[in-house]
Design a protein around this ligand. Structure first.
Ligand code: ZN
Length: 216
């Protein structure tokens, strides 16, 4: 009875990737935390990294140098729950800087080059736990940068959701409320709203049917 019970809890525990770090031998893997803006991706990344730190694991955090919305050296989520990070200009720099670490966190991964995929796999092959957070889609609903390939090659993928600002359903697309084709726009809160599929489609139709020259 007792044995059966502990086996049950072991199996339950294995279902949750953040609890599966107690390996007998050093073994690396990739976790991806993806979703739209305002879905709590960075908060989830920070939560996982802080737990590793508490366990005295050596943690390094990287983000693309392009992401300078807040402090240069902090991964900062919107609720000011911050953690120190190193801005890097290209993903290959992470390989050079990742020495003597158990866990590597990468935030805003969608802004990195495609090489990030092989970099993360190389790190995991070295025995490092790699946790990557990023937008899985751009404001048009298209897969964003290296994220799709990362999600395909990762052991674990967690998709977190925001709340649709128009209907209150779960949202998975970051709809941009201002015009312009530039993919990278920082300064979020005013320019984006999380929307569900149906509200996003409605918003796109409205935009198509109201050309700039008809606007008051
Ligand atoms: Zn909606």
């Amino acid at each position: 009875m007792r044995g059966k019970s502990s086996n049950y809890f072991y199996e339950q525990r294995q279902m949750f990737l953040e609890n599966s770090t107690n390996n007998q031998q050093p073994r690396g893997w990739i976790e991806v935390v993806c979703g739209s803006m305002f879905s709590g991706k960075t908060e989830e990344l920070i939560r996982r990294l802080k737990r590793a730190k508490i366990a005295k694991q050596r943690v390094e955090i990287f983000k693309p140098a392009i992401d300078v919305r807040y402090d240069e050296e902090d991964v900062v989520s919107h609720d000011a729950n911050k953690i120190r990070s190193t801005p890097v200009t290209s993903s290959s720099n992470i390989l050079l800087l990742a020495n003597d670490v158990d866990v590597i966190g990468i935030d805003e991964a969608q802004f990195f080059d495609e090489e990030l995929v092989s970099v993360c796999n190389e790190l995991a092959n070295r025995g490092i736990r790699v946790i990557v957070a990023g937008l899985d889609m751009d404001f048009k609903g298209q897969p964003f940068g290296p994220m799709p390939a990362l999600m395909a090659t990762a052991e674990y993928v967690t998709k977190v959701h925001a709340i649709c600002m128009r209907c209150g359903d779960l949202a998975h697309i970051s709809h941009r409320t201002v015009s312009g084709e530039k993919l990278v726009m920082l300064g979020e809160t005013e320019s984006y709203e999380p929307l569900c599929r149906s509200c996003f489609n409605k918003a796109m139709n409205e935009q198509e049917n109201s050309p700039e020259n008809q606007k008051q």
